[in-house]
Design a protein around this ligand. Sequence first.
Ligand SMILES: Cc1cc2nc3c(=O)[nH]c(=O)nc-3n(C[C@H](O)[C@H](O)[C@H](O)COP(=O)(O)OP(=O)(O)OC[C@H]3O[C@@H](n4cnc5c(N)ncnc54)[C@H](O)[C@@H]3O)c2cc1C
Length: 425
Amino acid sequence: MNLLTDVSEFAWSTVIGSGLGGLSAAIALRRTGHQVTVYERYDFSGEVGASLSLAPNGSRFLEEWEVDIPSAKPVVLQKLIRHDWSSGNVTAEYPLGDYRERFGTDYNNFHRIDLHRHLKNVAIAETGGGSPAQLKVCHRAIKLDPAQGKITFDNGKEAGHDVIICADGIRSQMREQLGIIPDVAPSTSCCYRCIISTKKLRELGLGEFAENSAIEFWGGNGIDKIVMSPCSNHEVVSCYCFYPVEKNNLKEDGWNISSTGENLAATFPDLDERLRTLFRNAEDVKMWRLYNHEPYPYWVSGRCCLLGDAAHPMMPDQSQGACMALEDAGALGILFSTKYAHLSILEKLQLYELERKPRATRVQESSRRARTDITERIGWSSANDRPGKLTIEEICGYNMHSHVAELVERISQASSSNPPVSEQR
Ligand SMILES: Cc1cc2nc3c(=O)[nH]c(=O)nc-3n(C[C@H](O)[C@H](O)[C@H](O)COP(=O)(O)OP(=O)(O)OC[C@H]3O[C@@H](n4cnc5c(N)ncnc54)[C@H](O)[C@@H]3O)c2cc1C
């Protein structure tokens, strides 16, 4: 079948992986009237995480999809704060409180578990626009036929779909099924994460950390950095604590290795004593090693595309990994809407890659630089202070709808003479 001339109605799509990216894709596509099935390898019993901020470029899509944001218990961020590493004195502040006015949407800080639970409920809800997505847990995809749109699961079942969105995370196995061999190297950084309840913080005399609607930083000039923020309607405070690998030479893989508050405090002997007290009293202390992922040569093959961390794994230092996954989902929602019904499936997927890959790659690269240089982080940047630097305006002021319209126009003019990239694979 020549898929380029196949302009049949796009009605059946599937998503492999129900993380934040996969669930967002399911919501975006159901809102545009499609039947979506989501396959997840687990049953959600082991959901993990700490805080996760969605800058306006991510939060914007939640609003477009009519997701009731307050139900996911956000803290609306008002500023970024920098502290001196040892004394804890405030050295700089950057306001975020005008983001709705400037960029149309708030900068929301969630607990990852709250957001995940809520997106799952929205994706499968009987109410809301479109048909409920079908969620099939305990379905680990093990094989993919990109040309035929066929998936094989470890439980022996098979499924065929018009379009398959591979949102199976940073260690994606589906990526390799699309012929992509990842180029990954261990980074020199490891990270702890921990959470603490506001109640406990108040008992420790550290209630101010829960009251600030801010992301607060210590360090960041080099590998060591602490990133603290409140989430869950200010009921919880979360910390990410980056440190050089030599400190404990963490070899074990995974991002959920348990540790203790004492170990965490001992990793940062000369840090602000208030934080070391917080660490000793923290709950759910986990650690993991970070990896550098080079950008992939392509994201689309046949009827399949990559989305989220499967497509663009990045360092966490721009707080943009999930935002990029939501943007990916937003792009699919736009391209597979009735506005672009005249395009074939392959054309839409080609446009998806064209639209998303350059922007996500740029964020991936700037996240790597921000790992050891906090002045690279959006928010602390201005358009003028360093040529080529990623800025908050570029990230939060982005209008995807008009960019997609431009690309569709461009590709419509070119398609008669050049075959699409994905057809050449
Ligand atoms: C320390 C840290 C802080 C971060 N902070 C932020 C932040 O503030 N803001 C932000 O925007 N981003 C942040 N991120 C990034 C963000 O967490 C990720 O980019 C995002 O969660 C990726 O979502 P995903 O759906 O692509 O992948 P995942 O969340 O990994 O989901 C993948 C899903 O696929 C399933 N799966 C895997 N393989 C299969 C298979 N073969 N078959 C079926 N299912 C499968 C998995 O079980 C999982 O449910 C942070 C990341 C880290 C590490």
